[in-house]
Design a protein. Sequence first.
Length: 318
Amino acid sequence: MNTQLLRSVFTLFCALLVATSAYSAAIYNHNFNNKNFSAHTSINSNMTAVWSGIGDTPYSRDDGGTPGMALYAHNHVYVLTITMKERFQAEITSISFRRFSGDNATMQIKINEANYGSSFTATNSLTTITRTATVSKLRNRIVIKIAVTNGNTVNNYSHIDDFTINGTVSGYDPAAEATPDGNGILYVDANVNTPGDGSSWNKALKRVYYATRAAAAESAIKQVWVAGGTYETEEDNTPFTLTDGVAYYGGFYGGESDLREREIAYNQTILKGRGGHVIAASGAGASTRLDGFLVSDGTGLEAGGTRQGGGMHLSNSS
């Protein structure tokens, strides 16, 4: 037998096995044995999660000595709210759990209000259901629901156990996905509910350093509008770097469509350093503009026995 060929086949098999295992890994699991819905059995380190209910407050219920989560109300809903860490996203490939119903209720899994697979029936026997579909780029907040539609009997309760989400969690760079609007404007708002690609106030980026890095890479970005708030640099001794020809404006409330609508005094926009220069630019010309910001916490760099350029350091700029 060809030993080299056998080794190559074995190596390929191992690679495929590792890839498959990584792809189908459980990113969340709760067997509810501890009767503490907040103490998950396992959860990816870049996620947090909390259970709640609609129609009733979740409570622990034993079924043959196996604790699970239960709700008792007509047409109730289990709700799992997952919060992703910034710059991380989930891809869900399957959801499985055991279910029980006192009245043969119909159940439907939903991810962010969209049906995840078809509905199914729960009986008075605790059996496993699995729904398989790939949903990608789940960021910020993910709401998974199990909507229970009861019959007409008085036993309007249900019970779930061994809840598992399979998929992957990966990092992404918001700066690489930043997209200006049709006028070349990129939006930043530290208080935006659901950060996006920066193409509008509703889809604003959350950090100024995402916008400055995006402006350096994307020539379509002509202006950056920043809502009031405090914005720190990305790392220690790493300034916000301005790009030649781009105008950066602070002092917005969030929602404005014209520069003249700004109220700079009421919407203080602070660029805060973490050592060294707060702002830097090289080769910036007259069309480069910084307008409507307060600059703080720059320490400058040592030069000739003194610290210089705490707020801003410009080189080869006019």
